[in-house]
Design a protein around this ligand. Structure first.
Ligand code: ZN
Length: 225
């Protein structure tokens, strides 16, 4: 596709995975300008990721690198849509959090009120909101989510030794209310050498983060020509 597009529009074309471009954007426009090693993880309807290592985008042999959502974090539990057992996405994406809530449905309390008594209406946002209102089951699910996210992020920390891990996506809005707990749990799930040095932040680049990365990719690569 890349050569034919370049030919038809008579311009140079570069292609990147959306989450990898988001990671690139964070090194140029986000809170970690100039970072040479950075991981971006989006936790939303799915869990995706992008990796910058030694200032380069990690693409893999066929462009498939960075699928951090399918790291196994809790085997024997939930599966994602692809079908892998106990992966990050199957246990910590927005739909995964809602599914866990449906499986633990009690039919009473703040979560049941927010979902108007219908477990099929439960969203991950409702789970976080209900926990804030004192719903004990919702709080258990929030704690489990923090644990699951931390296992995934701690694994990335150990493998890539990034200067920063930036997280984005809808579930992050809920996680931000528990930031200290999240950071502490990521520390517990990372090698002892990282204790107190987990550079975890939430993106501030909004919905255009991947577009900003695409612009940066085109700018950077054109300068290399
Ligand atoms: Zn999976």
């Amino acid at each position: 596709m890349k050569p034919s597009l370049a030919e038809s529009i008579k311009m140079n074309v570069w292609v990147g995975h959306d989450a990898t471009l988001a990671a690139l954007a964070e090194t140029r426009f986000g809170d970690h300008i100039g970072a040479e090693n950075l991981i971006y993880v989006t936790i939303s309807t799915g869990v995706g990721g992008g990796i910058i290592a030694n200032s380069e985008m990690v693409t893999g042999a066929s462009g498939g690198a960075g699928e951090v959502g399918h790291i196994a974090i809790r085997t024997g539990s939930y599966k994602c849509n692809v079908g892998c057992d106990g992966c990050f996405e199957g246990n910590a994406s927005g739909p995964a959090i809602a599914r866990i809530a449906r499986d633990r449905w009690t039919g009473r309390g703040p979560l049941a009120d927010l979902a108007e008594g219908n477990p099929e209406k439960v969203t991950s946002r409702m789970v976080f909101d209900a926990a804030d209102e004192g719903d004990l089951v919702a709080q258990e699910i929030v704690d489990l989510t923090i644990e699951n996210v931390s296992i995934g992020l701690g694994s990335l920390m150990n493998v890539f030794n990034p200067e920063a891990i930036v997280i984005g996506g809808g579930v992050v809005q809920g996680l931000q209310r528990h930031w200290q707990q999240l950071q502490q749990t990521v520390i517990e799930r990372s090698l002892p050498g990282y204790s107190g040095k987990i550079p975890l932040t939430a993106t501030r680049l909004g919905d255009d983060v991947s577009l900003l990365g695409a612009a940066q990719l085109a700018f950077r690569e054109s300068c290399r020509l």
